[in-house]
Design a protein around this ligand. Sequence first.
Ligand SMILES: C[S@@+](CC[C@H](N)C(=O)[O-])C[C@H]1O[C@@H](n2cnc3c(N)ncnc32)[C@H](O)[C@@H]1O
Length: 241
Amino acid sequence: MTQFPDAKSQSSDAKSQSADANPTPTSGNTPSAIEQVQAHWNRVFSEKPYEYGQAPNAFLASFASRFPDEGRAVALADGYGRNGVFLAECGLATLSLDISPVGVETTKKLAEERGVSIDARVQDVSKWQPEGPVYDVVALIYAHFSSTPERDYCLRRQIHQAAASALKPGGLLILEAFRPDQLGKPSGGPKSPHYLYSLAELEEDFKGLEILEGSEVDIELEEGERHRGLASVVRLVATKP
Ligand SMILES: C[S@@+](CC[C@H](N)C(=O)[O-])C[C@H]1O[C@@H](n2cnc3c(N)ncnc32)[C@H](O)[C@@H]1O
């Protein structure tokens, strides 16, 4: 399993990477891949706790009127919880999962400040086993996982299939992520094509679901300093029949 893009496609200067670029892999007697991912995001969220601002992702928020008044939500790779806390504010019993303990602590603090409760846990989502199709809303917002076609392995697909299995019939799975056209744009995102998603890949990942909306669009991002400016994203909304 790899959580990283290949070294050749990345700058070795960590400062030249955007915050949501993944760290360059190392070899030898060094921390495991997932420990490197964790250390990277701990550093990002220690330096700037609200890296993408405190407001929820605009695409996710635009579906609030379609959420049930009561129910359950899960936000995968939720960072410091801007989206998970928003789902909790919508009245949903929310599980927020992220690999970064610093992010998870910030999620708890943000929820407390907003006066909502949230179940925020440190979890490698590639190991997450949902208890069944119990979630009314599944959020995957800028949750980028690798595909390694040369090894015929796709972590992205594995995690997306777990996310789909967690969705309740009639529920909504909402995803926004950067797509390959984002490479070279300064408005954020991974710097390796193996971490960027096309709509065709997502349609394949979620083929057991009914796709309600799928698009590749260029938008003006306004999420803190790092997600700012013209950005090439892919969006998908799906339900379970
Ligand atoms: C670009 S940030 C997005 C955070 C959040 N979804 C948001 O939109 O504010 C990517 C997040 O993915 C998390 N992440 C990366 N790999 C992970 C894994 N295997 N399991 C859980 N979280 C992971 C990082 O810790 C980081 O918080």
